[in-house]
Each structure stands twice: as C-alpha cells, then as structure tokens.
Design a protein. Structure first.
Length: 192
C-alpha cells in the first residue's frame, strides 16, 4: 500500500546491501563513478552510475518547509542543487549522517547578491570550499544539510510526512544500504 506524502512545496525562486539492525553500515565501497539523484517530486533517491540507475530508495522525506534554491537558517527547507559529500558520520543520532557541502559557492554568490549574507560570510563559505571542508553553519544560509536515517524516530511519521529541518531522510534500512554507495566527494543532485 502506497502512502501519500503531504507536500507543501514552496514556489521556487530564481535560478548494499542491508546490514543487520545491530551493526553500523559499512562505508567506503562506493565506486568513483556513482552519484546520487534525489527527485523530491516523486520522493525517490537513486544511485546512478553514469546514466544508469543501480539502486532506488522510495518514500524519502525532505524538509517540512518544502524546497528552496537557498535554504535559510531555521526555515526547514531542503535546498535544490548539486553538492558533494563532505562527511559520513556512522555515529549520528539519525543512524548515519551523510554531510553535503551546502551552501555551494554559487548559492553564496546568489545570497550575497540578494543581500542575505555579507562579504565576511561569503569569504568564510568560499574558504571552506577551497579547503574541501564543510561550509560554516553560522551564516544566514545555515548548514548541516545532508542525507540521514530516522534513527530512533517514528517510522510512521517518516512514511507519512516531510519532517526534516532541511535534510533528506530515508528509513534506517535504506540508509544502511545507501552507505555502500557513498564516499567523500560523491556527487549529489537534489531536484524537484
């Protein structure tokens, strides 16, 4: 039986395997050519190799604030765009947290042009990207955007509503299976 999610998407501005529940996911087996395609409109995350789909995870959740080109601090939106994995934390309270490099330099440029961030925030974001580090979370654009499991949260809520603060969430079983396809530097595309 399919569960219909309640999507409250905002209008856009411009521009493997399953592990046992008691074991942490296995990391580091992803091939360099694998990338992730998150299609929020159909609530799926696909593992791609080139143009071929090699795995699919359905009924994902996104931010309860909908989608945005620019996620702002505490607005609970999921930012659209192309990112890279900057961290993988298997000890997260969400079972596994795959950190993304949000905001990108391009998003920081847009935010600077719109006077959402100042020159110092912009400089800090660009410098983090230059070093290959996660951008700072303390700017008006927020941060800590990633892909994670439910952890000890309610699976029924996950299956029924978009509930995150801006991240993409999968069930614990799904995040365990996804872990085999992710490494630092993996490309992640989030689109409607």
């Amino acid at each position: 039986m399919a569960v219909v999610k309640h999507h409250g998407f905002r209008a856009l501005a411009v521009i493997g395997f399953f592990t046992l529940l008691f074991l942490k996911p296995q990391l580091g087996h992803a091939s360099g050519s694998e990338w992730l395609l998150i299609e929020t409109g159909v609530a799926t995350l696909k593992v791609m190799q080139g143009d071929s789909e090699i795995a699919r995870f359905e009924n994902i959740s996104v931010g309860r604030g909908g989608l945005a080109v620019l996620h702002l601090l505490n607005d609970d939106t999921t930012p659209l765009g192309t990112y890279r994995v900057t961290s993988v934390d298997p000890s997260s309270r969400y079972r596994l947290f795959i950190g993304l490099n949000y905001p990108t330099v391009e998003q920081a440029e847009l935010a600077l042009a719109r006077h959402i961030i100042d020159d110092e925030h912009f400089r800090r974001i660009v410098e983090a990207h230059r070093r290959g580090a996660a951008p700072p979370m303390s700017t008006p654009l927020g941060g800590a955007i990633g892909i994670h499991g439910v952890g000890k949260g309610n699976l029924e809520v996950h299956e029924s509503f978009n509930w995150t603060h801006g991240c993409v969430a999968l069930s614990n079983r799904q995040i365990d299976a996804l872990a085999a396809h992710v490494r630092i530097g993996t490309r992640v595309v989030i689109r409607e």
